[in-house]
Design a protein around this ligand. Structure first.
Ligand SMILES: Cc1ncc(COP(=O)(O)O)c(C=O)c1O
Length: 341
């Protein structure tokens, strides 16, 4: 049989090698160039496909997970769950995802469509008032009681971070090695750790900017309620190490909405909440970025999973009031800057 070198073997061969595009309209008159890594191009629709694929294949290769016999159990608010649901289906591994009431119903439907079982915890942890500790407890219970069960534990699994060395390598290669700033959002810190490790290992001078949610515990903020899922964490992940980021920018839920809507209006890119976060962070830093610099932002997922929140005018008005002028009027750049600072 003849070979087809340009066709991948199976859906998981399409993980990675996502497009990098220049943002040509976002910052008119800016003296620097900004590029966006479109992670929605992964087959499961987000950056977490890279982590899911790397963690699962490692577990299969080491014999920890046996196709047809093992059950993978993980806590996820959506994207990693979808990535694992797809990869587990492909390898014929049962998958249970532990979620909480904040998880988007569409994400749950997608996981179920891949054959995953979804367990929803309903009680918040009494000590922290957060769902995450309760989700982790449920994962531990399931792993302790089910035969051949395995918890990838994205928050501490080195393969999660390892997967993102490739993300960074793809960006750097596409820019011929010239990258002055990288902005990426944080939750498990897999993206941040993998990108930072790769940059430092090959001696790049890139300034790594971590973009985290206000009220996220990763960089010492007091933990509080966050509306937009994806980035931020209620506990500091095991993958975090001091000095990972050269700089941290904290963004609010409204910053995410404004960043997303602005990206859609200006660049015709429909991206998820954490992408709005990095766009807002880039706009906040813009006066400090020297002329001629090259910046990259990682857009972690697609906006189609946020149509009934970030892209729904009624939802936005209910949570933030009438803020549409922050992105609708082309003449309000100054107002946007005020709102973002
Ligand atoms: C939409 C989105 N953005 C950003 C992140 C953060 O990525 P990481 O877990 O690599 O820190 C996640 C993680 O789940 C995510 O789903």
């Amino acid at each position: 049989m003849g070979g087809y070198p340009n066709a991948g073997a199976g859906v998981l061969s399409a993980v990675g090698a996502t497009p990098l595009v220049e943002l040509t309209k976002l910052v008119p008159g800016g003296g620097f160039r900004a590029f966006a890594k479109l992670e929605a191009g992964n087959p499961g629709g987000s950056i977490k496909d890279r982590s899911a694929h790397a963690m699962l294949t490692d577990a299969i290769e080491t014999g920890t997970v046996i196709p047809g016999r093992s059950t993978v159990v993980e806590s996820s608010s959506g994207n990693l769950g979808i990535g694992l649901a797809q990869a587990c289906r492909y390898f014929d591994v049962r998958f249970i995802c532990v979620v909480d009431p904040r998880t988007n119903t569409q994400n749950i439907a997608i996981m179920r469509a891949y054959g995953a079982d979804v367990h929803t915890v309903t009680d918040k942890d009494p000590a922290t008032g957060e769902y995450l500790p309760t989700r982790i407890r449920r994962v531990r219970q399931l792993v302790a009681t089910l035969p051949n069960a395995y918890w990838p534990n994205q928050y501490a699994n080195p393969r999660n971070a390892w997967a993102h060395r490739t993300t960074m390598r793809e960006i750097v290669d596409a820019l011929d090695g010239r990258l002055d700033y990288l902005l990426c959002t944080t939750s498990s810190c897999g993206t941040l750790r993998g990108c930072a490790d790769y940059a430092r290992e090959i001696g790049l001078p890139t300034r790594i900017v971590a973009v985290d949610a206000e009220c996220s515990a990763i960089f010492h903020q007091p933990v509080g309620r966050r509306l937009i899922p994806g980035h931020g964490a209620a506990m500091r992940p095991g993958l975090y190490t001091a000095g990972l980021a050269d700089e941290v920018v904290h963004v609010s839920d409204l910053d995410c909405v404004v960043g997303c809507r602005r990206l859609a209006n200006r660049e015709a890119i429909l991206a998820g909440g954490s992408s709005g976060a990095v766009i807002s962070a880039l706009l906040r830093l813009r006066d400090r970025i020297p002329d001629g610099a090259t910046c990259a932002v990682i857009l972690a997922d697609t906006g189609t999973r946020y149509l009934d929140t970030i892209y729904d005018d009624a939802w936005v008005a209910a949570h933030f009031g009438d803020v549409t002028e922050l992105w609708k009027d082309e003449t309000v750049d100054n107002a946007v800057e005020v709102a973002l600072c």
